[in-house]
Design a protein around this ligand. Sequence first.
Ligand SMILES: Cc1cc2nc3c(=O)[nH]c(=O)nc-3n(C[C@H](O)[C@H](O)[C@H](O)COP(=O)(O)OP(=O)(O)OC[C@H]3O[C@@H](n4cnc5c(N)ncnc54)[C@H](O)[C@@H]3O)c2cc1C
Length: 383
Amino acid sequence: MVAEIPVWRDRLTPDERAQLGRGAGVIAQPRPDVLVVGGGIAGVATAAACHEAGLGSVLLIEAGRLGSGATGGAAGLLAPEIHEWSDPEPFVELARTSLELWGELDQTWPGGMGLIEVDWIGLAPDPDGFAPHQRPEVEWLDHDQMSELVPGLAHPMAGALIRRQARVNPLRSVARLAAALPQVATGTAATSVTVRGGRVTCVTTTAGDIHPGAVVFATGLPPMLDGLPFDLPSTRIKGHLLVTEPSPVRLPGIVAPVATQLEDGRLLVGGTFDMGDETPAVRQDVIDSILAALYATLPAVRGLKAAYQWYCFRPRHPDGLPVIDRVHGLDNAWLTSGHFRTGILMAPVTARTITRWISAGSPPAGAGALSGERFAARGHSAR
Ligand SMILES: Cc1cc2nc3c(=O)[nH]c(=O)nc-3n(C[C@H](O)[C@H](O)[C@H](O)COP(=O)(O)OP(=O)(O)OC[C@H]3O[C@@H](n4cnc5c(N)ncnc54)[C@H](O)[C@@H]3O)c2cc1C
């Protein structure tokens, strides 16, 4: 029997599971200094950072349960170095900083983040495309070295090794961060916003009105709210993942694009980009193709079945990079959206950027790279 849910929830303790549904429909303090709308990893990390930074009372609201959007369906891999090959340098630098911040959180946050350090092994990436960006972190492996590191490959392959990347159970990290927040209201959706004199004065929700000092929208895609029409181009890209039965084969870390081994030997496989597929359902043909690719690369696991299979939608802006910005024309509202395929990785640096911005009133260094203004030239108003 295959479970059509992400594997992550089953791995939580009862206390961690309870955190995800905290404060259902209850707003105890409707005048918080900071309101965060959206309880995915970006929102929870931002609320936690604002609380830690002493920005006053912080209220986090979430329409469903914490982590019920893209966050709960992510693979949870934290591998900034590979973005050297696909993304602009300022983003990669922020991603590296974010992995460092994940490490700090894991050391200092009560109970840690459940961070697991792993090596990233890429099979046969294109050396020509890779070479101009090569950093000391990347070690090239020839066929023989790779066969020794990843036994059982169907064909000899060269590749790259990047040490000390990481992974998390995204729901565990959300639950641990949320546990330290005094005010969380799940089952509470923001529906409209009142703006006066360039400030958000009221956020109306399904559980009543909130009058925040500052508000952060961390809703995956820019939110659809009466009174605050965002004009940022965005879409969502569906992806499928599966987790197999426990495998007798031992993998040395994240073996891309094959699989990542979980603590109990199961393999986490997939991460497809199902362009144009808006169906809210697992597609068996996609699952079958993920398994077929796994068996073709690693014949020793042929016949291993999926025990969990699921899909989720990645929020995306056209350039694949997130927005981390103050809302254009408003003094006390911020937005982070479109984290696409790296929202788990980028959560701590996103949270730190917004927290520093709220605290100082001006953008911290480096924030400009992810401004919504970059879409203004394309006919959008960045709000
Ligand atoms: C198959 C797949 C694999 C992935 N793997 C990785 C990976 O390995 N590493 C990585 O870093 N990233 C990965 N990602 C990307 C990652 O999942 C996302 O970038 C990240 O989860 C986005 O987080 P978020 O908090 O911005 O959005 P979300 O998790 O979508 O959270 C937004 C929340 O806001 C809530 N919300 C929306 N509107 C309202 C409202 N009006 N009022 C109240 N609440 C509201 C929603 O209910 C939701 O819970 C993957 C994604 C997919 C699909």
